[in-house]
Design a protein around this ligand. Structure first.
Ligand code: NAI
Ligand SMILES: N[C@@H](CC=O)C(=O)O
Ligand code: NA
Length: 815
């Protein structure tokens, strides 16, 4: 036989009740059943609310009670045909009359004892089980209402009574032998041997089901609830959490000790003692497998689940007085026990210099007080320090029996936390190796849970969680590239990339599971209006491990948030040059923050798009080289413009083409004014460890005076036509000398110049074509002949590819 239990959420309304009835109808065809019901969803709370109102002499309890009565009568009418309703309606009416009398009594005497409370709440289960037993009869089942107060005997600890098992088991067994059929049992309620109503405490209906399962030696126990079993982690914090198919009894105990509880294993004890297998099933998805909790479970993964406990404080008791002194820990724990302080976790190093104890934060002050009192003399004598408290901590734990047989679990745990910059303040693992716990900052909890979940469950792929601001030319090309390479990265490099946030200057959109990239998602009207602060807050609240902000804008406002982004432990990849070419102090601060906290900040495409310029320069510097001179054609658009010009088209037209081809900045005047190149040479100088400010760069602008202040790019391109002659003349002058016009930058002796030069055929820049860039590094090592990097340095593909390469590189540092 099978015992089946449905909680209040499974029978909260007509639709869910009908669903439960059909689950029972199906199940009863397969094997003999007994079913335990809680009160209808929300009823226990409402009954208690009525009682509290009545005790406060507040007559509004009457309307609340009337509402409840209506709800129950309505359900009877909906579940049971008219001709069979009257006895059920009468039963319900009589119960509500009794309740009315009860509340009136409470109202008059303004007293509500635990004894009365148990009696009041018992009505919830008694009425629900009665109605449902009748409804099951209507459905053709031979059901029989059982008031568990007749069968479960307890002591008189009202609210959380202790079951007297020998009597209870006998009563249940005898009843069952004499009464066949589908027993429909009230959960939660019991009685003393004097016939006073008691209740079984938290998750009491589960307990009722386990008591019946044990007494009747059931083949299985099914707990039906509103989730599909026990999950690998709290799904509210870890979106990728999945159902655990099987757990051993001990694993279930360990897991539910922390965090969100689906089952409360203490209530399962009677069934566990008799080795009854327990299934956790979802009423709203009956076909889902759910979780099986049994004696020994299958182990396919290193761990079974991850759980956590919030609102923890760490107490540190330390001093020389602890070393090799017998009895100190006994005094510490004895003192805490006497003060009723529950110890969650203990950690002591073999140096014996300190004992570290995790307790609930609400107990922290009391614990400090009693410990400092206990060790008053040691503290006075300096043998012990005052007790230190670290507030706002959380315990995170990985659980599973399989850890015992496989080395590496703790390695994986600490590596995953470390890679995500999560500091571990204390560690505990028992010799059963069923659980490894680490104490971390509360603010790191969600990220820690996700990091561990990825490390232990999500195949063995690393996942990068991308938030992309700027879905323009580069941003869109990047999305397409990620989409086309993803399968290869997943299969061959065990790297997964998910984009969870997208924004342009007008709209933003989010997807916790990651956008479907095959549709080229671009935020639009249907999404949210763009708000940078909200974007960053949402990114932080998703709190993924291995998050990266990819900034594909040219926006100063976005660049100004990098400090905050890095501080929130999110990496940055960007082609936007604004941050690195702003004030020197800001550049330095970002580099320092990224270095110290080990949060990556990659910007290879700041100079020469995808060409490996920044990384090469960083390698030179790191390996001890010193830069003497940098010369470069650093603008793809400017090189395109001045090389295309010699083919005969007017200047304004060539500029428009450069924009069309995606070589220019969003506003081509940023290129023509030399500003873009100035930014690039500034960044190269800074990367070469030079203290370079914007004032150290002298820039020759190619933007005619009357074009500089026009509002729109189109107006500018139109106006530029007036100056075609001027540029034609410049070209002719160069042609006459057999020279070419190159817009270049030179940095030497702490000063840089940016401008247009005419170069002869011997000059390395002479041969450049199209959007080519070329950079010459003259260094102490590359002294006689400079190191040269050359190739296309602008355009959607080469830039997006460089951004993509930076993102992939992040994968090397993540887990
Ligand atoms: N085009 C190229 O060859 C190269 C471009 N870059 C850099 O790449 C970046 C992007 O360039 P493109 O894609 O060509 O520009 P784009 O103008 O096509 O796209 C810029 C995107 O950023 C968005 N945006 C602007 N300000 C924003 C804000 N405050 N908040 C949210 N979104 C904002 C715009 O709506 C647009 O979606 C620029 O920083 C550029 O300097 C770097 C190397 C080469
Ligand atoms: N507009 C730039 C491209 C990006 O840096 C250029 O023309 O080189
Ligand atoms: Na580059």
């Amino acid at each position: 036989m099978k015992i089946v239990k449905f909680g209040g959420s499974s029978i909260a309304d007509l639709e869910s009740i009908k669903n439960v009835l059909s689950i029972l109808q199906r199940a009863s065809q397969e094997e003999e059943l007994a079913v335990v019901f809680s009160a209808f969803g929300g009823v226990t709370e409402s009954l208690l609310k009525c009682a509290h109102l009545a005790r406060q002499n507040d007559a509004t309890y009457q309307s609340l009670l009337l509402g409840m009565e209506k709800r129950h009568l309505q359900l009877v009418k909906q579940l049971i045909p008219v001709q069979k309703q009257s006895s059920v309606l009468t039963y319900v009416k009589v119960r509500f009359n009794e309740l009315e009398d009860l509340f009136h009594g409470i109202f008059l005497i303004k007293e509500f004892s635990p004894r009365t409370s148990d009696y009041v709440v018992s009505f919830g289960e008694r009425i629900s089980a009665f109605i449902l037993a009748e409804a099951l009869k209507v459905a053709g089942l031979n059901s029989r209402f059982v008031d568990a107060r007749e069968l479960i005997r307890t002591n008189d600890r009202f609210g959380n009574a202790k079951v007297i098992f020998p009597t209870t088991n006998q009563l249940i067994y005898d009843y069952y032998s004499k009464n066949k059929g589908l027993l429909v049992i009230t959960g939660f309620v019991a009685s003393t041997d004097k016939g006073e109503t008691t209740t079984l405490g938290r998750s009491g209906s589960d307990y009722t089901a386990a008591i019946f399962a044990a007494a009747l030696k059931a083949d299985s126990l099914e707990i039906w609830t509103d989730v599909s079993g026990v999950m690998t982690a709290d799904p509210k914090l870890v979106y990728s959490a999945i159902t655990i198919p099987q757990l051993s009894y001990s694993e279930a105990m360990e897991l539910s000790h922390f965090g969100a509880k689906v089952v409360f294993p203490a209530t399962m004890q009677p069934a566990m003692r008799r080795k009854v297998p327990i299934y956790i099933k979802n009423t709203f998805q009956p076909e889902a497998e759910g979780t099986l909790i049994c004696e020994t479970s299958e182990n396919t993964k290193l761990i079974k689940g991850i759980s956590s406990l919030s609102h923890i404080s760490l107490l540190n008791v330390q001093g020389s007085g602890l070393v090799e002194v017998v009895g100190v820990s006994s005094r510490v724990f004895g003192t805490l026990a006497q003060a009723q302080v529950n110890v969650v976790l203990i950690s002591q190093a073999s140096s014996e210099h300190s004992i570290c104890i995790a307790i609930k934060s609400e107990d922290a002050e009391l614990a400090r007080e009693v410990l400092e009192k206990e060790f008053h003399y040691e503290i006075l004598a300096g043998e012990m320090d005052k007790v230190q408290i670290m507030p706002n901590m959380a315990v995170i734990a990985v659980v599973g029996e399989n850890m015992k047989h496989h080395p590496g679990a703790s390695g994986r745990l600490f590596q995953a936390l470390g890679r995500n910059n999560i500091n571990v303040s204390a560690i505990a693992q028992g010799s059963s190796e069923l659980n490894i716990s680490a104490v971390i900052q509360q603010s790191d909890l969600q990220k820690g849970l996700n990091a561990l979940h990825e490390a232990f469950f999500l195949s063995d792929n690393k996942v990068l969680h991308v938030f992309l601001i700027g879905v323009g030319l580069i941003g869109k090309t990047l999305i397409k590239m990620i989409q086309s390479q993803l399968a290869k990265l997943q299969e061959e490099y065990m790297l997964d990339i998910k984009i969870h946030g997208l924004a342009n200057s007008r709209f933003m959109a989010f997807d916790e599971d990651g956008f479907d990239l095959s549709t080229l998602p671009v935020p639009a009207e249907k999404d949210l209006p763009m708000n940078l602060q909200v974007f960053l807050n949402t990114m932080n609240s998703m709190n993924f491990s291995n998050s990266v902000l990819v900034d594909c804008t040219a926006s100063q406002e976005v660049a100004d948030t990098y400090q905050r982004v890095l501080e929130s432990k999110v990496a940055i990849v960007t082609p936007n040059k604004k941050a690195n070419s702003g004030p020197l102090e800001k550049y330095k601060a970002l580099k320092k923050l990224s270095g110290q906290r080990n949060i990556k900040f990659f910007y290879e495409t700041n100079v020469a798009a995808g060409l490996p310029v920044i990384n090469t320069l960083q390698d030179l510097i790191l390996s001890g080289d010193k830069v003497i001179k940098i010369e470069g054609v650093l603008s793809g658009s400017m090189n395109y413009i001045f090389s295309e010009l010699s083919k005969g088209a007017p200047f304004s037209e060539v500029v428009a083409q450069a924009k069309e081809k995606g070589y220019t900045e969003p506003d081509p005047r940023d290129d023509l004014s030399g500003m873009d190149v100035a930014r690039k040479i500034l960044i190269l100088g800074r990367e070469a460890e030079q203290e370079l400010h914007f004032e150290d760069v002298s820039v020759q602008s190619m933007v005619p005076e009357d074009c500089a202040h026009l509002d729109s790019v189109d107006e500018f391109l139109e106006k530029l036509k007036d100056h075609d002659g001027h540029f034609k003349q410049m070209l002719e002058e160069a042609d006459q000398k057999n020279e070419k016009l190159r817009f270049m930058a030179v940095l030497e002796n702490g000063k840089a110049t940016v401008g247009l030069k005419s170069v002869d055929s011997k000059h390395p820049f002479y041969s450049l074509v199209g959007s080519d860039n070329m950079i010459l590094f003259t260094t102490e090592r590359y002294h006689e002949f400079p190191m040269i990097i050359r190739g296309p340095g602008a355009g959607a593909d080469v830039t997006a590819a460089g951004v993509f390469a930076d993102i992939i590189r992040l994968g090397n540092y993540s887990r």
